[in-house]
Design a protein around this ligand. Structure first.
Ligand code: ATP
Ligand code: MG
Length: 405
């Protein structure tokens, strides 16, 4: 069916009172960015709806992109007809003929914006419903939970018909909650944490620690490819890579192995907090889940979190691994995450990290190091890039290589 426009219903933002305008403005901006490849679209955001005029663009492709924009409850592709009862009846019959199957029930649901139109909502429901029944006698009217709801909107510029409501991504428009830093590894959990943060309106920037020559170029590329998987929700994401080799070597050389992991993690968090401050981030997000590994006990979190007062938000903290994997599959990060390129933490992981590290010990050991110098040199080595939808980082060779491992 050749649709004229897509009508978008906002999500939770309708309840946000005086922030409403900034929410709608942000959603408008995000939708434009997500759909910028479709040159003929005309997008208009009003107080309670957004209308995307297709002007010949492929509605399926547009809807596929649109379904990833947070802040949208649902949307309906619709067809515009002239403002006459006959035109509505003719199109209604055509639409119903296309979708109806034996034994189905329906109702017509009219909304009227143009109160000068010759028929009111009840009359429209009756007239259009009657015409449909006459053309397709098999159909039955049912007011409660019918199989098909044909929606008719009488607006100033025409009458719009639709019968499909497609679920949007929900959540809040990205950017409305402010900016946060996501600590992105190459694993399963942190991309999911990033997705969940974005869903609640956070504009995230990726912070990734890498340790050449212990970690390969492929491991770095994998983190970038994971970032690309999250770009459809926002258009583009900044990727901040932080060299971590010197810190890891120093910690390994100078501290007792039971505290290697805790102190390394303290450095990661301290660096991320510093980067957040410089880039006006309000919080740090990571992929920690309670009890998953040694560094993710509450004792461990307390010993690591000690280095900053900035909020550290853990979107997957209470999820089971299976629940996290399910989301990773839905957002298509899972297959990449399980590719076996070594992460800096795996390589420098001590044989038996303390699951209940003591905060006083962590502080005491760390004080033996030149913390400021190590921090400064890591910060000096940062590289920042911008990753956009469709950017490629994993070549075929990488995939073949991964299969051999
Ligand atoms: P993930 O699946 O996200 O790697 P994980 O279960 O493997 O998580 P850890 O390796 O202990 O857990 O890492 C815990 C969190 O620390 C990660 O979710 C991530 O937020 C952060 N992190 C770990 N390694 C890195 C890294 N190289 N760069 C940035 N952040 C990291
Ligand atoms: Mg990991």
């Amino acid at each position: 069916m050749q649709y004229t426009e897509i009508m978008v219903r906002y999500g939770e933002l309708s309840t946000k009172g005086k922030n409403r305008k900034s929410f709608i403005d942000r959603l408008d901006h995000n939708v434009r960015q997500a759909l910028h490849n479709f040159g003929n679209l005309v997008i208009k955001a009003s107080r309670d709806r957004m209308h995307i005029q297709l002007n010949g663009e492929d509605s399926d492709l547009v809807m596929e992109q649109l379904s990833k924009v947070f802040g949208i409850q649902n949307f309906s592709p619709s067809i515009k007809v002239d403002k006459s009862l006959e035109a509505v009846q003719a199109m209604a019959i055509e639409m119903m003929k296309e979708i109806y199957q034996e034994g189905m029930t329906f109702k017509v649901n009219t909304r009227r914006q143009d109160h000068d139109f010759a028929y009111d909502t009840n009359e429209m429901n009756m007239e259009v419903g009657g015409a449909i029944l006459e053309a397709i006698p098999d159909l039955k009217v049912q007011m409660k939970d019918p199989d098909i709801i044909l929606r008719v909107e009488v607006r100033l510029n025409g009458i719009f018909l639709s019968y499909k409501k497609i679920d949007g991504a929900g959540g809040l428009p990205v950017g409305t909650a402010g900016k946060g830093m996501l600590m992105l590894s190459g694993g399963i959990d942190s991309p999911v944490a990033g997705y969940l943060a974005m869903k609640r309106g956070v504009d995230i920037e990726m912070v990734h620690f890498f340790s050449p020559p212990y970690t390969s170029q492929q491991a770095l590329n994998k983190a970038k490819a994971l970032t690309e998987k999250l770009t459809p929700y926002v258009g583009r994401i900044r990727f901040i890579q932080v060299p971590f080799t010197e810190i890891q070597e120093t910690v390994k050389e100078q501290l007792p192995s039971g505290y290697l992991m805790t102190v390394q993690r303290r450095f990661m968090l301290r660096l991320t907090a510093e980067i957040a401050k410089r880039r006006h981030g309000l919080a740090i997000f990571n992929g920690e889940a309670l009890g998953q590994v040694a560094s993710q006990t509450m004792e461990s979190m307390a010993a690591i979190n000690d280095v900053t007062t900035m909020p550290v938000i853990r979107p997957v903290v209470s999820m089971d691994k299976n629940e996290i994997i399910k989301i990773a599959q839905d957002i298509d990060t899972f297959d990449l995450s399980v590719m076996p390129f070594e992460d800096c933490c795996t390589i420098f992981a001590p044989p038996s990290p303390k699951t209940k590290p003591r905060l006083d010990k962590a502080r005491e050991y760390e004080a033996r190091l030149d913390v400021d110098g190590l921090m400064q040199r890591a910060l000096d080595g940062i590289e920042i890039s911008e990753i956009k939808v469709g950017d490629e980082f994993m070549n075929d060779q990488a995939e073949a290589f991964a299969e051999l491992l």
